[in-house]
Design a protein around this ligand. Structure first.
Ligand SMILES: *[C@@H]1O[C@H](CO)[C@@H](O)[C@H](O)[C@H]1NC(C)=O
Ligand SMILES: *[C@@H]1O[C@H](CO)[C@@H](O)[C@H](O)[C@H]1NC(C)=O
Ligand SMILES: *[C@@H]1O[C@H](CO)[C@@H](O)[C@H](O)[C@H]1NC(C)=O
Ligand SMILES: *[C@@H]1O[C@H](CO)[C@@H](O)[C@H](O)[C@H]1NC(C)=O
Ligand SMILES: *[C@@H]1O[C@H](CO)[C@@H](O)[C@H](O)[C@H]1NC(C)=O
Ligand SMILES: *[C@@H]1O[C@H](CO)[C@@H](O)[C@H](O)[C@H]1NC(C)=O
Length: 477
């Protein structure tokens, strides 16, 4: 077995500060090095985050209504470099916590063989150029709500990510594709295409395979996105980096959808802005989704936030604009979950300069520069903690224990201080499970039959235009 990347050469020094009770929780290996795999995430430029989120939200509603697996066909925000096969073929892997398969394009699909080479940026995979390629079946078929998608083979081959090589790793190859960008889903294996569509057993996707092959102790990883102006973040499989958060990690149970754990819903109980409580005593399920640019909350809550911030709601876009100077205020928007879990998001993390994203400077009619506000109304769609929230949070996804641990992020961390996530209950080091978790009473997707795959309704839609599809969605849900 190849050893994993060790990000913190001075772990012993860090561990020396722990009390003995905490040290026991580390489940260190005998050689004392934490088993972790760390990746630097690059942030991708998205020219129109509003349109991007809207499309993603439509996809999400589609997914909830059918318990079928769809993933977005749009640019996901964060990616890293990897390679597949022998000799290695380079790909850019776009990360998605909302889906569970890796799939890559074949250069021979009609889309990828176009002269403009749309798949060139993310890279493609030629199975027969790899001596370690093995064909599994032709069940791979991911569909998008707009009728696009990718289908082809499930295969196994070697995948190389920073410092680690995994052999016989299963993924999909899109021989037919209408998305120029492959995706790496790191969600629950129960959400894989072959499970939802073909009723097959789940296979080990990337985090599960890292655990199965012993590179990490259990299926868990930490995500740190860094501040609004940062161009990169990091993903740490199998560990937590104490330099990247402050205060305590607090663990919250993930909410089941129907009878299953398959998406990252947690329960929010209170929201305040500055010293004003906007709403409390809530038991609202919210989806933790790094693939969403903005944060989406119930309309009544958002109306109050807009009132307090003098945000101007743009109904056609479903978002609000604020004077960019709002970002100079020091107030926090504080999101509370089951006590004591809470994350403070500074107003300057909620004010998005459109000019940075699009090159177009927006302004109000009086000439005051306008910025996009990071919170928008969810309407009758999912409540989402997107990047405008997540950049202020250090998030540990513990899929083995069905828990998410949160702590306040540190934007300019010092030297990495890495602890291994162990196995069994309480696997996340130094994290405490909330003593009285609040169960969600609203906000979860409607259960459309636990464990059963609802009829595949898109067959009637695939030929339609996007506008027609949106109309169809309204009828369906
Ligand atoms: C990823 O690969 C591209 C192209 O080879 C390179 O320009 C880029 O610096 C790499 N990024 C990282 C984070 O290694
Ligand atoms: C790989 O090559 C074999 C033998 O020529 C051929 O049968 C198979 O279709 C090829 N597979 C792919 C995915 O191109
Ligand atoms: C993939 O699934 C879609 C939607 O169910 C279907 O229309 C399409 O024919 C399937 N493609 C393949 C190759 O099976
Ligand atoms: C991000 O950068 C802009 C200038 O491009 C600056 O006005 C703003 O204060 C920065 N935000 C933070 C949170 O540092
Ligand atoms: C904000 O709320 C106050 C008090 O509830 C109300 O009087 C005022 O009209 C609201 N302002 C806006 C812009 O909605
Ligand atoms: C906002 O939250 C941060 C992180 O908890 C804290 O350090 C800061 O003092 C808070 N700011 C205000 C104005 O309360």
């Amino acid at each position: 077995m190849k050893s994993a990347t060790i990000l913190h050469p001075l772990l012993c020094i860090g561990a020396a500060f722990l009390s003995s009770a905490q040290a026991i929780k580390l489940n260190k290996r005998e050689d004392g090095e934490p088993r972790v795999v760390g990746l630097q995430l690059q942030r991708q430029h998205i020219s129109d985050p509003v349109a991007y989120d809207k499309a993603r939200s439509r996809l999400r509603r589609r997914q909830e209504g059918t318990v079928d697996v769809t993933i977005d066909n749009l640019a996901t925000l964060y990616y890293f470099n990897a390679s597949l096969g022998t000799p290695p073929q380079d790909i850019r892997v776009h990360l998605d916590t909302g889906s569970s398969d890796l799939w890559v394009n074949s250069p021979n699909s009609r889309l990828c063989s176009m002269q403009s080479n749309p798949c060139g940026v993310s890279g493609t995979y030629v199975a027969n150029s790899s001596s370690t390629y093995e064909y599994l079946d032709s069940d791979f078929n991911i569909s998008y709500v707009d009728g696009s998608g990718a289908s082809g083979d499930y295969v196994t081959d070697t995948i190389h990510i920073t410092g680690v090589e995994l052999e016989q790793f299963q993924f999909g190859v899109g021989y037919t594709s209408s998305s120029s960008q492959g995706i790496l889903g790191i969600g629950y294996p129960s959400n894989e295409v072959q499970v939802a569509r073909n009723n097959k057993a789940p296979y080990d996707n990337l985090p599960a395979k890292l655990a199965a092959d012993g590179h990490i102790a259990s299926n868990a990883y930490s995500m740190w996105l860094n501040g609004i102006n940062a161009t990169s973040g990091s993903l740490l499989f199998g560990g937590v980096n104490r330099a990247q958060y402050q205060g305590e990690l607090v663990s919250l149970p993930i909410e089941r959808v129907g009878d299953e754990f398959n998406e990252f819903y947690i329960t929010m109980t209170k929201l305040s802005l500055g010293s004003t409580t906007i709403q409390e005593d809530m038991a609202l399920a919210v989806l933790v989704d790094s693939g969403s640019t903005l944060t989406y909350l119930p309309d009544d809550i958002v109306a109050e936030i807009y009132n307090m911030t003098n945000a101007v709601y743009e109904e056609t876009e479903g978002v609000a604009f604020v004077p960019c100077a709002l970002g100079e205020q020091t107030a926090n928007m504080t999101f509370t979950f089951s006590e004591p879990a809470s994350i403070a998001v500074s107003l300057n993390e909620l004010v998005i300069d459109f000019a940075d994203l699009t090159g177009r400077q927006l302004s109000f009619s009086n000439g005051v520069p306008a910025c996009l506000f990071g919170v928008a109304p969810a309407g009758d769609s999912t409540n989402v903690l997107g990047d405008t929230f997540l950049r202020s949070a250090y998030v540990v996804y513990d899929l083995d224990n069905n828990e998410i641990s949160l702590a306040q992020t540190v934007f300019n961390p010092g030297e990495a201080d890495i602890l291994e996530i162990g196995t069994g209950p309480d696997a996340v080091p130094e994290a405490n499970l909330v003593s009285a978790p609040v169960a969600a009473s609203s906000g979860l997707p409607k259960d459309s039959g636990a464990g059963t795959v609802a009829p595949w309704v898109s067959g009637t839609m695939v030929a339609g235009s996007l506008a027609a599809l949106v109309g169809a969605l309204v009828l369906i849900f």
